[in-house]
Ligand binder design. Sequence first.
Ligand code: SF4
Length: 263
Amino acid sequence: MKRTYGLELTNNSKVSWAFSLPRSKTCIDATEICKKLCYGRGIRYQSQAQKDKRERNYRTVELLLKNGGPELLAQNLVHLIDSARPRDWLTSKLMKTKPDVPWTLRIHDVGDFYSTDYSRAWQIAVCERPECDFWFYTRSFQTPAVYKSLGELASLPNCQGWLSVDADNLSQGLLALCNQPAARWKLAILQSKDLQLEHLQDAIPEIGKANIINFPYHHGGRNIAAFNQQVVTSCPAIVGDLKLTNDPHTSRPCQLCSYCLPG
Ligand code: SF4
């Protein structure tokens, strides 16, 4: 029998632990390009079990927010975050050694921040677990109240926020970046054939190369030719040697690379 409620993480061969929500209900500022190219449309995200999990997560989030606000949801998110701790976390602390894998969580491998209460719940939960490293990409910067709230989440020392831009929302993304100078936002580019390096060239020195990551569009193991690496860094899991792995006790590409993580 299908379960109606319950929060659950996904263990992803690139990022390790991640939380997902349905795109149709939560990607409030999705662009036409990301709707068309989103890797959440890919086959491994479209199994019935994956779809059910995302819907169940969303229903549960809504139920908790309705009955106890961001604080109640945050309590439940903390349980979820704790379930992502490496198996040797406590012993490695006692022995003063490194755990097998770092304790990390990507907020959303599918889905996005869709309300201020939902964003606030993550803010509380992230504060409660300062030893876990969080990161997220968002296009929800065109909804001012949500973006304001996300600025607080992105300002936490153990959470890195990335504004996701493509050819459709590049100027809005750059404006949003200027509007929150105090927050620690960085810029994530979806490089599709519609976006040329010239569109970014003025902005790159302003933002700083280290604060930008480029994701050349890829599909079926092939990617479009990445922008010049001297000018902008492209994700090594797409253009480099970092291999995906399903072993939960081995660091995943994002944990090895750590470019997008806080710090
Ligand atoms: S740049 Fe590194 S951390 Fe960021 S998505 Fe690619 S592999 Fe992961």
